[in-house]
Ligand binder design. Structure first.
Ligand SMILES: [Zn+2]
Length: 445
């Protein structure tokens, strides 16, 4: 039986623990699955392949994983910047969401996000927003792997005007997913935060995900304001408060974790909570810097996320890797923390574990799904190459990603999107942006 694809003559990073870069490496793929990985000399006993892909020394590695995103917010990119968080949210983002976010908005915005994600080498994404049925549909059409999480908040929200319906809507979203969803997308829910969801809402939401064996997503300890607010209301830190409600376990994914003191870190480690580090968003909104080296030292599993494009302002995991590596060095005055290899692990193998996809993706391993990217090394800014991890973190750009495969299917070849109709997405996105731009809310008198 011939293989479907043999990707060869690659500089291969499998991202398996303690693995070394493999020169003249190959990946053999049958259907959706990786069936063999190795170097040129290991190829002798392999059967032939239907299609050969000579990478001419380019880098082949697992696809990048974006652990925290609000994809449809691409349509709010650059709408309001350089504002205090409260003003940004209350006067710009929340009013714009109330006015504009509907099924069509989320569908188009998510397709736009998917195009950007694929072109930036992302193969799996955790998304959280409202009208998440639309996001799930868009991701399914894109061919990306991911987790789609319906937003839960105790305020009127797009598609959920009465907040007492929020858990029911999330449950219907989850149930419709398990009934009809494409196999690459897991459907779950996302509680906005400890300060926008009541204790009963948080507990009901966690119970629901626990019953279904699903990951539970939440923004946690993002800002100093949140920390002070929750302490005022409960006498506890946001982390201790969620722990007192029984929310924290190894299926909880906490985005941000900026304001976590050693006692909070100990709770997060004891409960096995997964963390998503969003350095660029935390800097842009002046939220602070998460103590990632401390959390890693405690053994927590951590991935990288961009958050929404309104607070970043892109969905570029290369940018997050670059920042994650440099930021903690500067804060600690220690250039040895957050090595390039460690940061690439956060963006690949660890990111997959955060999403409970560690058995499926995140490394190039026989038996896992064929989710991989090819990075074009034949460029001035990547020449010469001594250490591929160094180049990925300190020198490469999202635009260096040449080809992208998810589940054994090419989503991009030679930077051409194969599953998405970019001219149509662009036309629809610009039409929506024109309406948003014309509103009084955009340009207050
Ligand atoms: Zn977020």
């Amino acid at each position: 039986m011939p293989f479907d694809h043999l990707i060869h003559q690659a500089l291969l990073l499998t991202m398996e623990p303690r693995s070394r870069p493999l020169a003249h490496g190959f990946v053999a793929i049958q259907g959706t699955e990786i069936v063999a990985v190795g170097q040129a000399e290991d190829r002798e006993n392999l059967p032939p392949a239907r299609q050969y892909w000579d990478m001419n020394g380019d880098l082949v590695m697992p696809g990048l994983i974006n652990n925290h995103c609000h994809a449809a917010m691409t349509l709010f990119r650059g709408l309001a910047d350089d504002l205090p968080l409260d003003e940004w949210l209350q006067q710009h983002i929340f009013p714009a969401e109330a006015r504009w976010v509907d099924y069509e908005f989320v569908y188009t915005g998510t397709l736009l996000a998917a195009a950007e994600l694929i072109r930036g080498g992302v193969t799996a994404v955790a998304d959280a927003y409202f009208w998440e049925t639309a996001a799930r549909q868009a991701f399914a059409e894109s061919g990306l792997r991911g987790v789609a999480a319906q937003g839960v908040i105790d305020f009127p929200a797009p598609g959920v005007p009465n907040p007492t319906d929020n858990i029911r809507v999330a449950q219907e979203f989850i149930d419709s997913g398990s009934a009809s969803s494409p196999p690459l997308i897991t459907s779950t829910l996302f509680c906005h935060s400890p300060y926008t969801c009541s204790a009963p809402t948080l507990k009901q939401a966690k119970d629901l995900t626990r019953q279904r064996g699903l990951s539970f997503f939440i923004h946690l300890a993002e800002t100093r304001w949140e920390e002070a607010q929750i302490r005022r209301q409960t006498g506890l830190s946001p982390v201790a408060y969620l722990d007192s409600l029984g929310i924290l376990d190894e299926m909880t994914v906490a985005a941000h974790a900026v304001w976590v003191d050693p006692a909070d870190q100990e709770i997060l480690a004891r409960r096995g909570v997964k963390i998503c580090h969003c350095p660029e968003c935390n800097l842009k909104l002046a939220s602070g810097v998460a103590p990632i080296p401390d959390l890693l030292a405690r053994g927590l599993v951590i991935g990288l996320g961009t958050d929404g494009a309104a607070s970043n302002n892109n969905l570029n995991i290369f940018g997050e890797m670059n920042l994650a590596a440099k930021l903690h060095k500067a804060i600690r005055l220690d250039p040895t923390v957050m090595s390039a290899r460690e940061v690439v692990e956060l963006a690949t193998s660890k990111g997959a574990q955060v999403l409970d996809l560690g058995e499926i993706t995140g490394t190039l391993t026989p038996g896992k799904c064929a989710d991989l990217i090819v990075v074009n090394l034949h460029q001035p800014h990547l020449t010469p190459l001594y250490d591929p991890y160094s180049h990925l973190v300190y020198a490469a750009a999202a635009s260096d990603v040449q080809h992208v495969m998810v589940h054994g299917r090419w989503l991009m070849l030679d930077r051409r999107l194969l599953t998405l109709d970019w001219p149509t997405i662009k036309r629809k996105a610009l039409a929506l942006a024109e309406r948003i731009n014309s509103t009084a809310a955009r340009f207050p008198a």
